[in-house]
Ligand binder design. Structure first.
Ligand SMILES: [Zn+2]
Length: 389
């Protein structure tokens, strides 16, 4: 929520009125200000951008952030979570509710193209194309304000691994240390290029999609292509499956919602004129605002695959490779975000439809009251490809 100023430097911001800040000695007076070391945060963000790490390998990122927090934001304790993940805990002066705010540690396996950027990625083929370096820095800035302690309750800042694979949130939720957090509210944000800078984008209910990325593998019997009738090739079954995906999407799509059943990869045989292949596979990505629609599409597709495989004498095997739970924003948490935006004088975009991309924050909102919002990164910024989602 803090915008960099040219040249950095100290900037004073007023604490949001629903989250009063208190010192250990007692509550701050209304109108007091919290100081954020913006220059240090800009330096942190540049370091994170220059040192990206892909999912399941974010150890240097996590180590750097732990050191930053311990030196500049003094958490009461740090809890280790799944993989490189951890949570910084700030106890309030008086008992109260626990609010957890999450950011993501991982980058994407994409080459950085910004050759003129002084802090461009130093890792070949890896870069922070989803903006998670910015999310981590925002939480580090929030940590600086929390170093003076919340007035009540607890604030937990979660630095989550493996978001891009859809597995990090799920594994953090099942980690033994997560039971010690017991959040009453969970929040997260995602930067949104293509939206006005500083605009808050949110809605109650579905915010981002349920996504399933799955493979269908067919196995038959190899033959010479001069005598294909002596083998069992997956070629026509694969073709029928890909066309069926279009029918399934049309059947489940709704005027007031959406359903997507998209073939994204296929492979069959070898590049040799004489070999009629025995194996082939097609991968699909299924998306909808809710889990049941995605599961209904997958059930239709797998039923068709089984029937078709039988007709062509093939075995069919199914594998779910990635899964993102739909992020469902709770009404109370949505209202808190809307009031926070109003309190800070930020433009609020009450979006009509959920985003089609997936985000594993849905693992948290399926277990706890909470909400996610978008933060506009500027109209001049290209809309994200949301690779990996
Ligand atoms: Zn992201």
């Amino acid at each position: 929520m803090v915008r960099p100023r040219p040249g950095g430097g100290w900037r004073s911001v007023r604490p949001y009125r629903m989250s009063p800040i208190a010192t250990r000695a007692g509550r701050r007076e209304k109108g007091d200000v919290v100081r954020i070391d913006l220059a240090r945060l800009v330096g942190l963000r540049h370091w994170l951008h220059a040192h990206p790490e892909i999912s399941r390998h974010e150890t240097a990122t996590a180590d750097h952030l732990r050191r930053f927090l311990q030196e500049h934001a003094r958490p009461d304790r740090i809890l280790g979570l799944a993989g490189a993940g951890f949570a910084a805990v700030y106890d309030g002066v008086a008992p109260g509710r626990t609010v957890m705010i999450r950011c993501e540690l991982d980058a994407l396996p994409i080459q950085e193209a910004n050759d003129d950027l002084p802090h461009r990625s130093l890792s070949d083929g890896i870069s922070h194309k989803c903006g998670h370096d910015g999310h981590m820095t925002i939480l580090a800035g929030l940590a600086q304000t929390l170093a003076e302690r919340p007035a009540t309750g607890r604030v937990v800042l979660m630095f989550q691994p493996d978001e891009e694979t859809g597995s990090g949130a799920r594994e953090c939720c099942s980690h033994e240390s997560f039971a010690r957090i017991r959040p009453d509210h969970v929040f997260a944000l995602h930067n949104l290029p293509g939206f006005p800078e500083g605009q808050v984008i949110c809605r109650a209910g579905a915010f981002s999609s349920q996504v399933k990325y799955a493979a269908i593998r067919l196995t038959g019997r190899e033959a010479h292509s001069a005598q294909p009738e002596t083998g069992a090739s997956p070629s026509f079954a694969l073709a029928e499956l890909m066309l069926k995906a279009r029918d399934i999407q049309a059947y489940h799509n709704r005027p007031d919602s959406y359903a997507l059943c998209v073939p994204v990869f296929s492979q069959m045989g070898v590049q040799a004129s004489g070999i009629c292949p025995a194996r082939g596979e097609v991968h699909v990505t299924l998306r909808a605002p809710d889990g049941p629609t995605v599961e209904a599409m997958w059930a239709d597709l797998t039923a068709f695959a089984r029937t078709t495989a039988g007709q062509y004498g093939l075995d069919a095997v199914f594998e779910t490779r990635e899964e993102f739970a739909a992020t469902a924003n709770g009404r109370d948490s949505f209202e808190m975000i809307r009031q926070a935006a109003a309190g800070l004088g930020l433009e609020f975009n009450h979006m009509e439809r959920p985003f089609r991309w997936g985000e594993d924050f849905g693992e948290f909102t399926s277990r706890h009251e909470g909400a996610m919002f978008g933060l506009g990164a500027g109209l001049g910024q290209a809309r994200p490809a949301q690779s990996g989602l």
